[in-house]
Design a protein around this ligand. Structure first.
Ligand code: PLP
Length: 394
């Protein structure tokens, strides 16, 4: 063959993070077959879907098997019944969304990866460390990336600074994966004001908003005045409602967002209608159910279960006086490796001496080196046992 390939893909570094982790666990297990390994590395939910979601899935599946209620292709932007449910969910925080600004998708990852399609060659600013999709999708489209760095000094919450150019695209993730760090109203307002002043766009990933349990922290960027003129928000049912295997998310592109005389909402509509055929009907009914009053309560029961693990872990790090972020308003705890160890050395040390698995911070960006992520997606019993083992080690 002699066709041209997209060489930008060659610039994306291979992400071996989770395969490397699994390889090291496998090797360790081969040498120590009786080791009782506790996994606090996973960023995936572990509790099953709520009853309301399951009932909705079954009901909708039955409708698909009946000639009077069968449905074919769904609308590319989502059924109005889910959009209405999202609208109602946002109204709880006094945010009034236009139905046309809500786009239902098969998850936040797709939308975060695809949003680059409607954006030109802008200056891009990405937090470091962060969920790797923002970086890789921009590299794939040949963009030159700049970083806004998370450090111990700024509690892993990068803030606007004079080095950020006008007319930029800025990614923010709050609560952040992997650091769990979450902007409060004052901090997020600084970002919104900065974006408005510099004619920039914020792409705001709120995938973990349901974990926020602090009234000083916004669940959505649209809680901040002016955000509809400068921000796209991308959210997910994955962590909120346990949909990691079911797949559903949504993106909000306010009608106010306009650049070069064109509405971004119109471009995204065009993009989705061309490249996306919508989310399956049963899954959209399940998403609607997750946002009903009963559904939200069931989701919150699961989130509160995880957050009890996060509380136990935070209490342990407080007791030890080890620097960490997250643990509050987030399922992740991000802490500094002891004795200046690098992330991977600490991974091995923890695996070999405590049989506990976490995720090396270096896998989320250069500023993650020397840090480590553990998650609350496990049982109370295993989390307690992991803490007992960590206590002997740290
Ligand atoms: N955004 C962040 C910050 C995440 O951590 C994840 C998944 O781990 C996603 C988005 C992807 O969400 P989804 O499952 O909806 O694709």
């Amino acid at each position: 063959m002699n066709i041209k390939i997209n060489k930008n893909f060659l610039n994306v570094s291979e992400n071996y993070l989770f395969s490397d982790i699994n390889k090291r666990i496998k090797e360790y297990k081969e040498k120590n077959p009786n080791a009782d390994i506790i996994r606090l590395g996973i960023g995936d939910v572990t509790l099953p879907l709520g009853k309301s979601v399951i009932e909705a899935l079954i009901k909708a599946s039955n409708e698909m098997g009946n000639k009077d209620t069968f449905r074919g292709y769904p609308p590319e932007y989502g059924y109005d019944f889910v959009k209405e449910a999202v609208k109602k969910y946002y109204l709880k925080n006094n945010i009034n969304l236009d139905l046309d600004s809500i786009f239902i998708s098969d998850g936040a990852k797709s939308d975060l990866g695809n949003i680059v399609d409607i954006l030109g060659d802008n200056k891009i600013y990405i937090p470091n460390p962060v969920y790797p999709v923002y970086l890789d999708s921009n590299i794939m489209s040949g963009r030159i990336i700049n970083f806004i760095n998370g450090t111990q000094e700024n509690n892993f919450l990068p803030m606007p600074n004079k080095d950020i150019s006008n007319d930029s695209v800025i990614y923010l993730c709050s609560p952040n994966n992997p650091t769990g760090a979450t902007y409060n109203y004052k901090e997020l307002k600084k970002w919104v004001d900065f974006a408005l002043k510099t004619n920039s766009l914020i792409i705001y990933d709120s995938a973990y908003e349901a974990f926020i349990n602090d009234k000083d922290k916004p669940h959505s960027i649209y809680e901040i005045e002016g955000a509809k003129e400068c921000a796209i928000e991308i959210c997910s049912f994955s962590k909120q409602a346990g949909f990691t295997g079911l797949r559903c998310g949504f993106t909000i592109i306010p009608l106010e967002l306009e650049s070069e005389g064109v509405k971004l909402n119109k471009l995204w509509k065009r993009r989705q209608a061309t490249k996306f055929n919508g989310v399956s009907y049963p899954v959209q009914r399940a998403a609607e159910a997750a946002l009903s009053d009963k559904g939200i309560k069931e989701c919150m029961d699961n989130i509160n279960y995880y957050m009890e693990n996060a509380r136990m872990l935070s209490e342990f790090f407080d007791e030890k006086g080890i620097f960490y972020t997250g643990g509050k308003s987030s399922p992740y705890i991000w802490f500094k490796c002891p004795n200046g160890m690098n992330s991977w050395d600490f991974f091995d040390y923890l695996l070999q001496n405590a049989n506990v698995v976490g995720t090396p911070g270096a896998g989320f960006g250069t500023f993650g080196e020397g840090y480590f992520r553990i998650t609350s997606f496990n049982t109370h019993e295993k989390t307690k046992e992991a803490i007992n083992r960590l206590r002997k080690l740290l």
